[in-house]
Ligand binder design. Structure first.
Ligand SMILES: Cc1ncc(COP(=O)(O)O)c(C=O)c1O
Length: 396
């Protein structure tokens, strides 16, 4: 008998890729691996203050003793998120916010509410592969619009509009973008809002890196445009370096006639699971309140690490990159020799330097690219980047 799996479940039986097999083999042999790709800052020494978190969580256990769920999430938590947007000059009322157990699941909710099987969502290319997986699980097709490296990874607006088909159900934006670090400008967003209006399409925007801007003061937001319907996603994973807390949200804005039915659908989906831990929900106001000083320190520490990473990369004779305007990652182009297989290149670098970086194809970048995280501690990353750059320079 073959395993009784759905077609979808059968696709999960594939082996891990060659790069991760090599990493695991090295670790099993006791050889060091310097991870220059992880965006998990908790493993890089950046952690929400322990004493404050304990206090907030202890209070939250008291507040959550009587189970009284709300399908949108507890009003106090949503009010704290609404206040967060207010502090950034954006009015999103409490009753337009839905809590989720992380941003990833928020994508799933949004796709499930907006798409029938076989419908399309239009996403950036290159991109972090997150929504490929989620769309597959939701039975939705992913189509792509291009970002143009020669214009600092600007969105190719004509391409975006040309990719819209009768099956397109939403435009996904990621700003700051992972892995290019591009931040969509107010002008780009105004044009995308017009396109979205013309085609009556919602915009789903992922702002998980929105607090991490490099050289600009404020994040331009689709929710500030005249787009008909915007679903803004964010959560505590990156914002407060609390990925294990599993708290994300969707904030809806736009025309009331469009917002209200989508909200009703999302509420019903959430009500089917009531998936967000009640203690975590009760802790949300406290995490915002107690986290402000930490957020400032965390942001300047990431800025320091970003600068150190980019300074090291700028000295590399065979690398070029667009300095990221936001986020944790940088996509670098290897200028010489032009590799035809970036996975081979990443494997070679892992074997010869002990450094783990991602091949560009993981992100739909062309094979002359590698992707690195900028959040590693410079104590570790500086010598590792030195080895990496020397190995790349030696590839002639
Ligand atoms: C652009 C982007 N969106 C969403 C996520 C996932 O967020 P969460 O941990 O809230 O599911 C990540 C994680 O790295 C990300 O890079």
């Amino acid at each position: 008998m073959t395993a009784p799996l759905s077609r979808l479940a059968a696709t999960f039986q594939v082996q891990t890729n060659r790069l991760y097999r090599e990493r695991d083999a090295r670790l099993a042999r006791g050889e060091p691996v310097v991870d220059l790709i992880s965006g998990n800052v908790t493993e890089q020494g950046i952690r929400y203050p322990q004493a404050a978190l304990e206090r907030v969580l202890l209070d939250a256990t008291r507040a959550a003793r009587v189970y009284h769920p709300h399908p949108l999430g507890q009003p106090e938590a949503r009010e704290a998120i609404s206040a967060y947007y207010r502090s950034h000059g954006l009015a999103i009322p409490t009753n337009r916010i839905i809590l989720t157990p992380g941003t990833s699941l928020a994508y799933w909710y949004a796709f499930s509410a907006l798409c029938d099987p076989g419908d399309e969502i239009l996403t950036p290319r290159p991109s972090y592969p997150l929504f490929d997986e989620i769309a597959r699980v939701a039975g939705v097709r992913v189509t792509t619009y291009r970002l143009d490296e020669s214009r600092d990874w600007a969105i190719e607006l004509a391409d975006l509009e040309a990719r819209i088909t009768p099956r397109t159900r939403a435009i996904v934006l990621v700003s700051p973008h992972h892995p290019t670090g591009a931040v969509a400008s107010a002008a780009e967003l105004a044009t995308i809002a017009e396109i979205a209006s013309r085609h009556a399409l919602p915009i789903i925007v992922d702002e998980v890196f929105g607090e991490f801007l490099w050289g600009m003061d404020a994040l331009p937001r689709p929710a500030e445009t005249r787009a008909p319907l915007v679903i803004t996603l964010n959560g505590f994973s990156k914002l407060f370096a609390l990925p294990g807390i599993k708290l994300g949200w969707m904030a809806l804005s736009g025309d009331e006639a469009l917002v209200a039915p989508v909200l009703t659908a999302l509420e019903a989906l959430s009500d089917a699971f009531l998936p967000v831990n009640e203690i975590v929900q009760a802790a949300v106001p406290g995490i915002f309140r107690e986290g402000q000083a930490f957020l400032r320190e965390y942001r300047s520490e990431i800025a320091r690490r970003r600068d150190a990473t980019l300074q090291a990369l700028a000295g590399a004779p065979t690398l070029r990159f667009v300095p990221p305007l936001g986020g944790f990652y940088v996509a670098v182009r290897v200028t010489s020799p032009v590799s035809s297989d970036d996975e081979d290149l990443a494997l070679h670098l892992l074997r010869s330097t002990g450094c783990l970086v991602h091949p560009g194809f993981f992100y739909d970048l062309d094979p002359t690219h590698l992707v690195l995280s900028m959040v590693s501690d410079p104590e570790t990353s500086r010598p590792a980047l030195g080895r990496l750059i020397a190995a790349l320079a030696g590839l002639t």
